[in-house]
Write a protein that binds this ligand. Structure first.
Ligand code: ASP
Length: 336
């Protein structure tokens, strides 16, 4: 029996067309192009169906609610298909991949997110290769997690980050090896075990939890951020220098830490470096964060940290439990 793959088109460059205002998605446009690509109907290809979200989105416009829409579609079609391919814009693809890696609980089938740097409708494009190989990987069922496929690399979804606005090699997974490399063959990395869950697949709906990101820079005046540190702010990701270091004297950040503490806001420390891990207390410049009980994100990407905050709070956990889980590996997103 032929394997069945569901393509979920959410928007993004891959299916966009040129408009007077630049590239934009258009309902039904991608389907028209796919109909003309005979390779997609080759007998060696799995059976596939296309489902298009309405409205289609440039991924810059994606919200938590759109992640839920994707989750619901997968939930509704989970039994009928062997794997899923999500066609998505590259701008926030790493956020969506991270979010789904948490919200699709006990996933036991491949969910492959892909897109392209050049639309499929253009003469020269990276879209077809990304699409064809993603469909094959989704049908093969070897990687049963949320993964991102781009430019011949299959990467764990919650480990990815967008690297380039132009290169076809647009994504990297700086702190975790590729799940598969594609050349003349699809070579899966057998050293990476797939998590096996005996529990039933379910989708945890995500809520629009108020969270924020602060990127530190030389001369940052932390006191300017005090105003946003209200009780409604559930979590804040602090993108620090190197291994978790912040500029200024300890006194500078203290009011923020104090407010976070009083309001129960979870303070998560990520690094601006894409490679390596946060290590609070290695330098004096990170000890204030460590002493204040800030959460160490280790080698988690900012994208994964943001998605994880959404997920954990959406599960109804209180601040204390969220802090604890932020430092734990729940979907392969961090190495301690
Ligand atoms: N702005 C586009 C998007 O993220 C970029 C892309 O797909 O490459 O939807």
């Amino acid at each position: 029996m032929k394997k069945r793959v569901l393509l979920i088109h959410t928007g993004g460059t891959i299916g966009m067309r040129k408009t007077p205002n630049g590239y934009a998605p258009e309902q039904g446009f991608l389907k028209g192009i796919l109909d003309d690509i005979t390779k997609l109907y080759d007998p060696s290809m799995p059976d596939w169906e296309l489902l298009e979200l309405s409205p289609l989105l440039d991924s810059s416009n994606m919200t938590v609610l759109d992640w839920n829409r994707i989750g619901t579609i997968i939930e509704e079609h989970y039994e009928a298909f062997d794997g899923f391919v999500i066609l998505h814009g590259t701008d926030t693809m790493a956020y969506t991949a991270s979010a789904l890696s948490f919200s699709l609980e006990n996933l036991d089938k491949p969910v492959i997110i892909t897109g392209s740097q050049i639309p499929l409708c253009e003469v020269r494009s990276d879209a077809l290769d990304n699409l064809l190989t993603s469909i094959m990987i989704a049908a093969e069922g070897i990687v049963r997690e949320v993964a991102l496929f781009f430019n011949d690399k299959l990467m764990r979804g919650n480990r990815c980050t967008k690297l380039s606005t132009e290169d076809l090699d647009a994504f990297c997974s700086p702190n975790f090896p590729a799940l598969a490399e594609v050349g003349t063959k699809i070579k899966y990395n057998e050293m990476i075990p797939q998590r096996i869950s005996r529990k039933a697949f379910r989708v945890q709906p995500l809520e629009r939890i108020p969270i924020g990101i602060i990127k530190v820079f030389p001369g940052i005046q932390f006191d300017l951020f005090e105003e946003i540190m209200t009780e409604s702010l559930k979590g804040i990701v602090l993108e620090t220098f190197g291994a978790g270091n912040i500029p200024g004297s300890v006194d500078a950040i203290l009011p923020i830490i104090q407010k976070a503490y009083e309001n129960g806001t979870v303070l998560v420390v990520c690094s601006q470096c894409i490679k390596g891990s946060v290590s609070l207390g290695t330098y004096e410049t990170s000890s204030a964060l460590k002493n204040a009980g800030a959460v160490c994100a280790y080698d988690m990407t900012t994208e994964a940290a943001v998605a994880k905050l959404y997920y954990l709070f959406s599960c109804g956990l209180d601040g204390k439990a969220v802090k604890k889980m932020m430092e734990a590996d729940i979907a392969g997103e961090l190495s301690i």
